[in-house]
Design a protein around this ligand. Structure first.
Ligand code: HEM
Length: 456
């Protein structure tokens, strides 16, 4: 384990230890700020229900520093107050509601078909003819291809071999930015000119933005060409960015500031969740069999699941919920309530207090989820079993909750149903136990290697 991994694993462990020592509410100090940590479902509920019209998650200082340095507009993660409200209002369109996300079903299914072709190539290259040595890696490529196609209607070649160079550079830059961000967060500002991390961090962001900018420029040129050729009537609106640009909902500056952040949000999140889901399905063959039966009972093998079919797959949804309970992609979130004082359990906290929401600890609380460390999707299907609505809120809550929730759910449901239809998934020999590592998002501590056995 590298030092860096120690830092991040220790943070998760510390929260669990603090809860055991101090109970579900305690304070910590970091970089001159005092934070109030909350680690029970009722406490999370209290803070989130008081969050007001313009909730702030975090000041995102390091992200802001990069945007200021480069003169870029703040994106959706960084903006606050009325500016955030306006941006969010615009971005919610064509994305937030389940019926709007359903518009992307065909695009997602097209990418998933190519993913399965790629998966079969990788299997064929393995010694046993059915093994995928690094599931997260492959799923990362699926997730990036899917989000690019949804946002920009552009295929970027992630499921080809080899991957185009600029796409590969983007992927590398995202990984390195997250890695360097741990150092730039924990090290004092005066170390920036002395140590390599800050410069690398800025360079990583630059690569991420130049990839996003290229995609946006291509889309703008496409729209201009359509306008010139056939006037406003001739513009065929289809994808997300296309919709926002042709309706004059976003300025180019806002687009350039926001879309790279959307790309980032849409990749590690779904790919890691899918990896964990497949890992647990491999370890629980009886659940996997039940899921196979459910899926093929609705959509026989050889047919492609559609949005309407998913309504008849409760176990599929429960598998995803249970996976996100065990591995909330954002294990620790926060809220800064600026508009008014906040009352928690009879204590009054001043405006601008930062509340740290310890989701990982809460979603493994045995008083809400009996046998909290075991994978039991059926718990979500038994009436009255889940003891608290804020026990597991993997997409956050309220007006600042996840913007991509519906497309993430759709993508994960379509992919898992296709894979379950076609293959029996088992752990590769010698895989052993996989633990989670806290690397901004929760990731497996080693490569997850799986065998995909073709079903008859
Ligand atoms: C398994 C998949 C995903 C999970 C578990 C997840 C989880 C989250 C969480 C916990 C938050 C913070 C919410 C809060 O503070 O209340 C968030 C915010 C956000 N997510 Fe996701 N996310 C996922 C996928 C996606 C995807 C695919 C997109 C693509 C567009 C996306 C876009 C965003 C954005 C833009 C925000 C910030 C919203 C704002 O500040 O207004 N997420 N997500």
């Amino acid at each position: 384990m590298s030092n860096y991994q120690y830092i991040v694993s220790a943070r998760a462990l510390l929260k669990a230890l603090n809860k055991a020592k101090y109970g579900p509410m305690w304070t910590t100090s970091f970089a001159g700020y005092t934070n109030v940590n909350l680690a029970s479902a009722p406490l999370l509920e209290q803070v989130m229900r008081q969050e007001g019209k313009y909730p702030i998650r975090d000041h995102m200082e390091q992200w802001k520093d990069h945007r200021d340095h480069k003169g870029l507009a703040y994106g959706i993660f960084i903006t606050q107050g009325q500016q955030w409200y306006h941006l969010r209002h615009v971005l919610n369109q064509r994305l937030l509601k389940p019926a709007e996300a359903a518009l992307y079903t065909d695009a997602l299914n097209e990418v998933i078909s190519d993913f399965i072709t790629r998966l079969d190539q990788v299997r064929a290259e393995s010694a046993s003819g059915d093994q995928v040595p690094d599931m997260s890696h492959l799923l990362y490529h699926l997730a990036l291809e899917a989000i690019c196609y949804i946002l920009f209607e552009k295929r970027v070649g992630c499921l080809e071999a080899p991957i185009p160079e600029d796409t590969a550079t983007f992927i590398r830059s995202v990984g390195l930015m997250f890695r360097n961000s741990v150092f730039v967060t924990f090290l004092p500002k005066w170390t920036r000119p002395l140590l390599p991390f800050w410069k690398q961090y800025l360079d990583n962001w630059d690569s991420i933005f130049s990839f996003g900018k290229k995609m946006i420029d291509q889309k703008v040129q496409e729209i201009e060409a359509q306008l010139q050729a056939a006037g406003p009537e001739g513009v065929r609106v289809s994808g997300y960015l296309h919709f926002l640009l042709t309706n004059d909902l976003l300025s180019t500056q806002e687009t350039v500031g926001t879309f790279p952040e959307l790309l980032l949000a849409g990749v590690d999140t779904t790919s890691n969740t899918l990896t964990w889901a497949l890992y647990h399905l491999s370890k629980n063959p009886e659940i996997q069999e039940a899921l196979h039966k459910e899926v093929t009972g609705v959509v026989p093998s050889g047919k492609v699941p559609q949005h309407k079919d998913l309504a008849h797959m409760p176990l599929l949804k429960a598998v995803i919920k249970e996976t996100l309970r065990l591995y909330p992609v954002v294990p620790t979130n926060s809220r800064i309530i600026t508009e008014k004082e906040t009352e928690i359990n009879g204590f009054l906290f001043p405006k601008n207090t930062q509340f740290v929401l310890c989701h990982y600890v809460v979603s493994r609380d045995p008083s809400v989820f009996p046998e909290p460390d075991s994978f039991q999707p059926h718990r979500w299907l038994r009436k009255g079993e889940i003891q608290h609505p804020f026990g597991s809120v993997p997409f956050g809550y309220g007006v600042r909750s996840c913007l991509g929730r519906r497309i993430a759910e759709l993508e994960m449901q379509l992919l898992l149903s296709r894979l379950t239809q076609k293959y029996e998934v088992v752990l590769a020999p010698g895989m052993g136990e996989v633990k989670s590592l806290y690397r901004i998002v929760l990731v497996p501590n080693k490569k997850v290697s799986l065998r995909f056995l073709q079903r008859q």
